[in-house]
Design a protein around this ligand. Structure first.
Ligand code: G3H
Ligand code: ZN
Length: 284
């Protein structure tokens, strides 16, 4: 596969103060819609699968499709595991060719999160693969990661400093008020906390749960040091929304190309919109 380590993409974004999309794929149409948009925008790209999506698609199919998609691409692309839940699954992805993994130990106590993340970093870095980890707990649900709003906790800046020093991660996902999935109210981001954390750790910082967050808030977060913005739900809604529209107009449609094709176009349009306000266009 024609991939680069995620750190290469994010270190440049950190230096030049923009963000790159960590865009989730759920099937072939997602992959095509996303990479075609990034190529058109001349933007670097982080393609990611959750554990659930990798299992749904099948690891061999993920690799085969990403290989086909990146063979002749002119943009830097990383293939990243999103919210890896175990050392074993992270290693499985690395063995299969992912250029980056996230180990999500955010539900463990700090000491345990540090210990487990460190083990993943040691193994991944030995073969040139990047690692993202998370500190603080986002509310909401993403596949196998589910946190009740009352259990969500923001990232503590001092803990972030200790965490990155001791683990050696390439990027840190922080909790500053976003949540996974569909928001029930308006998200309120703690920009002061972001500013403090970025000032202390001076490295790529990641925002999860960016679907449904107003564009102005995401832009502000990027201006304050977010370098990777994760989006899944917005693309799922764009894809499914377009398909619903098509069926509402003509319930007799049966050829999947007649609704998955427009669904793929809807994802592509959304990705173009996101890349534009993340500021990664022209950065390939
Ligand atoms: O890890 C993936 C993201 O955090 C996606 O969150 O589905 O709310 O956009 P989202
Ligand atoms: Zn996430």
């Amino acid at each position: 596969m024609n991939l680069v380590p995620m750190a290469e993409i994010l270190n440049k974004a950190h230096k030049e103060n923009y963000a790159v999309g960590g865009f989730n794929i759920n099937n072939m149409e997602f992959l095509q819609g996303i990479i075609w948009a990034a190529e058109e925008m001349d933007s670097p790209l982080i393609l990611q699968t959750s554990e659930g999506a990798a299992k749904y698609i099948g690891m061999d199919y993920v690799i085969g499709m990403v290989d086909a998609a990146t063979k002749n691409t002119h943009i830097p692309v990383a293939l990243h595991l999103d919210h890896g839940g175990s050392f074993e699954f992270c290693m499985k992805c690395i063995r299969n060719g992912y250029s980056s993994v996230m180990f999500d130990g955010s539900h463990y106590p700090l000491e345990e999160n540090i210990k487990l993340t460190k083990e993943v970093v040691k193994a991944a870095h030995a073969v040139g693969v990047s690692v993202e980890a998370e500190l603080g707990k986002l509310g909401g649900t993403e596949d196998n990661v589910s946190v009740d709003a009352k259990d969500a906790t923001f990232t503590v800046p001092e803990e972030a400093v200790r965490f990155v020093e001791e683990t050696g991660v390439d990027a840190l996902a922080i909790a500053i008020g976003t949540a996974h999935g569909v928001y029930s109210g308006d998200p309120e981001l703690d920009f002061e906390r972001l500013k403090t954390i970025k000032g202390k750790i001076d490295m790529p910082v990641v925002l999860h749960g960016a679907s449904g967050v107003p564009e102005a808030d995401v832009k502000k977060a990027v201006s304050l040091g977010i370098n990777k913005v994760n989006v899944n739900t917005d693309f799922q809604q764009a894809f499914t929304g377009k398909i619903r529209e098509i069926f509402a107009e003509d319930s007799g449609v049966y050829d999947p190309r007649k609704y998955c094709g427009p669904g793929r176009e809807a994802i592509k349009d959304k990705v173009i919109e996101k890349i534009t306000f993340l500021g990664s266009n022209g950065k390939a």
